[in-house]
Design a protein around this ligand. Structure first.
Ligand code: URA
Length: 422
């Protein structure tokens, strides 16, 4: 087979045959298809799309490029959640131990942040001693001990996706629904979870800016799950404003611990409980309301076991940034808009995120929001506190916040509902 034939077929709006797809994914993984050829094919897929059968086959080929994990040694069903990424999206942190406390096992492979959306592993690595890299045997031990494990995917899992995602990131081909759906689902299916809940974010801070695009992505992923016998549910949830009050790494861990202690911002609590109920239902586990596990401390116990089992100290003080800068409200009224994208870019520029894959992140950097859309604010009172290790970072972060919020006398906030659709 020849790479240029496959590229031309997709460029001209054709449908790739199963043989062409299997060959292209395998040949690219082995280095037989060059980076520039795969980059042309990815662009042709972005521009011309893929049929359901093509996406299913592409996903299958990506799964087959590496190992498939399985958890039959556990005495309880497995269930997992994947979020398409957002600003202040720390939900995995309270959710995984909460679901474990309610009787299911959560084997979650997570990622690092790139761009304005944060990554779960970067947040957890702000806990002193915590390790993201575990062998499969270590994952099983943590699952047996704590009921939940959150760690990095090993190099053997969907290596085709690892290579292709890095290429898409630098060739403007990330925003393709077939490529995003096959990328996410190949990893989740190879991870071996028995049930999956997808949190597909909608709004300025998300990949998908509109509910229609998010719905198309959700339906594509649910169809892939169904084709592989994986019980998959998708929720569309709001990402027009930040989730919770904290955006960054250590500041998001602190907010997650508040939720596990029975407090925390109401949107984080509501989404955590909604996703926990969906994950338990998808796994066929009933009998325990997750709200009770937050109240009686059992979710916090599971969190402490999970962090300790991965080398972390749940009692250690979290890193704090050296410098702070307070943004005050320029007028009194109602905060009618706080743009997720603007806050996410500000946190990224403060050092919470990375510009290149190999950059380190600052654990203490980030933004604390003192008001949510719909709440009253008073002129001269703090609206946002910026945290950074170096005060030189404040200038560019403030530029990102320019025009990112509106305050109106007597206004109301026309926000998206937290859960838009299921
Ligand atoms: N997350 C992934 O894992 N893959 C994508 O393509 C986009 C987001």
């Amino acid at each position: 087979m020849d790479a240029t034939d496959v590229i031309r077929a997709k460029r001209d709006g054709g449908t790739l045959t199963p043989e062409q797809i299997d060959w292209a994914v395998d040949a690219y993984t082995r280095g037989v298809i060059a980076e520039e050829q795969m980059s042309a094919l990815a662009m042709a897929i972005l521009l011309n799309g893929m049929s359901r059968a093509e996406v299913a086959r592409w996903t299958e080929a990506m799964i087959r490029s590496g190992e498939r994990m399985e958890w039959s040694a556990l005495d309880r069903p497995t269930t997992d959640k994947h979020s398409t990424g957002g600003v202040g999206d720390k939900i995995t942190l309270p959710l995984a131990p909460l679901v474990a406390a309610c009787g299911a096992a959560v084997p979650q492979l997570s990622g690092r942040g790139l761009g304005h959306t944060g990554g779960t592993l970067d947040k957890l690595e702000s806990i002193p001693g915590w390790r993201a890299s575990l062998s499969n045997a270590e994952m099983l031990d943590v699952l047996r001990d704590a009921g939940a494990v959150v760690c990095a995917a090993g190099g053997g899992l969907a290596p085709a996706d690892r290579k292709l995602y890095a290429l898409r990131d630098v060739t403007g081909t990330v925003e393709s629904i077939p490529l995003i759906a096959s990328s996410i689902m190949s990893k989740k299916i190879a991870e071996g979870t028995g049930a999956l809940v997808l949190d597909v974010k909608v709004g300025s801070g998300a990949f998908m800016k509109t509910a229609d695009r998010a719905r198309e992505l959700a339906e594509t992923m649910v169809a892939i799950g169904a084709d592989h016998g994986l019980r998959t549910v998708a929720l569309l949830t709001a990402m027009d404003r930040p989730l919770g009050n904290a955006v960054g790494n250590a500041v998001e861990v602190a907010e997650s611990v508040e939720v596990l202690a029975g407090g925390g911002p109401s949107d984080v609590v509501e989404l955590t409980l909604t996703l926990a109920r969906e994950m338990l239902a998808a796994a066929g586990v009933s009998g325990r309301d997750p709200a009770d596990a937050l109240k009686d401390g059992s979710a916090m116990d599971a969190w402490r076991r999970m962090i300790t089992a991965q080398g972390g100290d749940p009692d250690a003080p979290l890193p704090a940034a050296r410098e702070t800068h307070v943004v005050t409200a320029p007028s009194s009224g109602v905060l009618t808009r706080l743009d997720a994208y603007g806050v996410g870019v500000a946190a990224w520029r403060l050092g919470a995120g990375r510009a290149r894959k190999e950059d380190p992140v600052s654990f203490g950097a980030g933004v604390i929001c003192h008001a949510k859309p719909g709440e009253p604010v008073e002129a001269g009172r703090p609206l946002l506190t910026l945290h950074a290790d170096d005060e030189a970072r404040f200038g560019r972060a403030l530029e990102a916040l320019d025009g990112a919020f509106d305050i109106e006398a007597g206004g109301t906030a026309p926000a998206l509902p937290l859960v838009i659709d299921r």
